[in-house]
Design a protein. Structure first.
Length: 359
C-alpha cells in the first residue's frame, strides 16, 4: 500500500521480484513517467538522441541479465505496473548522473550506547524533488529490507533484516566500459547476509564502473569498498569509524581518479568540495569518539561549513537548475535497533523520522 509521509513516498511490496516490481510500479506510475521525461531532457542537454541511448543501453543489458536476473525481473514488473517500457527504464541505469554525497559510519567501539550507525546524505539535482521513494520489501527468498531511491526504481541505499546496511558515493574514474551498470549492484548488496557477501556483490567481474560502497553490519564490521571498472580497494573501519565522500582514499586507486580533472562534468571545484566535506565530517566525528549518538550524526549531516561545498548542500540559485545540486534526503541506519531515520530534503530544515524494519 502506498502512502506519503512529508515529501517521502512509502511503498510496501512482497513476493517474487517481478511481483514486487509490479506492485511498486503501480504505486509510482506518475513518478515513472516523470523519471523518463527528465531522462530525455538530460540526455538532450548532452546531445544524446533517445534512439542512440536505447542502442547503447542494449549493449549493457546482457551483462545485467547475467549478473542479477532478479533485478531484471523487478524492472520488468515495474515497467508493467507503471505502464512504461522496460527498455526505456533500463536507459536510466546506463546513463546515471553525477552526485556528491557524504557518508559517516561508526560501530559500537565509538558510540555512547553500543549502537552501530551509518549516515548518508544524498546530494542530487533539485529537479528530482518529490521523487524519493522508500520501498519496504519482503522478498519470497532472502532478507526483508527497506531502501531509498528515485521513483521506487533504484535501490540507492538501504538496510536488511540480516543486520546489513549499505550506501554509496559516486566516484569518477578513467576505466569506464560497457558492462554491468553500477546502479545494478545495489540489489545484490541489499540481499547479502554478511559483509563478505556484500563486498563480493559490490565489485562483480565485468562491471561497467563503480561507486564507493559503504557497508556496515550489526556485528560491528565496517568497510568502504572503492571500485572502478577494473579494480577495487576495501578499507576496513579498524578504528571504529569510516568517513567517505566522492574521491578515492586508497593510494592504489589514485591512478583511476578523474574528479579533479575538467572539463566533461568533473572539475577541480568538485574534487575540492569532496576533500573539504571529507575532512569536515571526519573532524566533527572525531570530537565525539566514544560518545557518538544519532544526534551527533544528525548534526554532522546538517553542517554548513564551506558552503556551497557543505555537507548539507543547498541549491545555488544563481546557476541554471540543471547545474544545481542539493541534499534531497539524508538517512541514518541504526543496525542494533533495526530502524532507519529519514529526513526528506535538507537536514537543517526538516526532521528525521523513524521507520522500523519488519523482520
Amino acid at each position: 500500500m502506498d502512502k506519503v509521509s512529508g515529501d517521502l513516498r512509502i511503498v510496501s511490496a512482497s513476493g517474487t521480484y517481478d511481483r514486487m516490481g509490479y506492485e511498486v510500479g503501480q504505486e509510482c506510475t506518475e513518478l515513472a513517467r516523470e523519471l523518463l521525461r527528465l531522462a530525455r531532457v538530460r540526455l538532450k542537454e548532452k546531445s544524446i538522441a533517445w534512439d542512440k541511448a536505447l542502442a547503447t543501453s542494449s549493449k549493457f543489458l546482457p551483462y545485467a541479465e547475467d549478473y542479477d536476473p532478479e533485478l531484471c525481473e523487478f524492472l520488468r514488473g515495474y515497467a508493467e505496473g507503471s505502464g512504461q517500457s522496460f527498455n526505456d527504464l533500463f536507459v536510466h541505469f546506463c546513463f546515471d548522473e553525477k552526485g556528491f554525497c557524504t557518508d559517516v559510519s561508526v560501530n559500537d567501539t565509538v558510540t555512547a550506547d553500543g549502537s552501530v550507525l551509518s549516515a548518508h546524505s544524498e546530494d542530487w539535482s533539485p529537479i528530482y524533488d518529490g521523487c524519493v521513494v522508500m520501498v519496504k520489501g519482503r522478498p519470497k527468498n532472502g532478507p526483508s529490507f527497506m531502501s531509498l531511491g528515485l521513483c521506487g526504481l533504484e535501490f540507492d541505499c538501504g538496510m536488511n533484516s540480516a543486520g546489513l546496511s549499505f550506501s554509496g558515493n559516486s566516484l569518477y574514474h578513467n576505466d569506464m566500459r560497457i558492462g554491468i551498470p553500477r546502479m545494478f549492484v545495489s540489489r545484490r548488496i541489499l540481499a547479502s547476509r554478511n559483509i563478505a557477501e556484500a563486498i563480493t556483490a559490490s565489485v562483480p567481474d565485468k562491471r561497467a564502473s563503480s561507486y564507493n560502497h559503504n557497508l556496515c553490519h550489526v556485528d560491528g564490521d565496517i568497510f568502504c569498498v572503492e571500485g572502478s571498472a577494473t579494480d577495487f580497494a576495501a578499507i576496513p573501519g579498524d578504528e571504529g569509524y569510516l568517513v567517505h565522500t566522492n574521491h578515492y582514499l586508497s593510494p592504489s586507486m589514485a591512478k583511476y581518479e578523474t574528479i579533479f580533472q575538467g572539463p566533461g562534468g568533473n572539475s577541480p571545484e568538485n574534487g575540492i568540495g569532496s576533500l573539504t566535506r571529507y575532512h569536515r565530517a571526519r573532524g566533527l566525528l572525531r570530537r565525539h569518539l566514544g560518545e557518538v549518538t544519532v544526534d551527533t550524526l544528525e548534526s554532522i549531516m546538517s553542517d554548513h561549513a564551506n558552503h556551497p561545498a557543505s555537507i548539507c548542500c543547498h541549491s545555488d540559485e544563481s546557476k541554471p537548475i540543471e547545474e544545481r545540486g542539493e541534499t534531497i534526503f539524508a538517512v541514518i541506519f541504526d543496525l542494533v535497533d533495526s530502524r532507519m531515520l529519514v529526513c526528506p530534503g535538507n537536514p537543517c530544515e526538516s526532521e528525521f523520522k523513524e521507520y522500523m524494519l519488519e523482520p
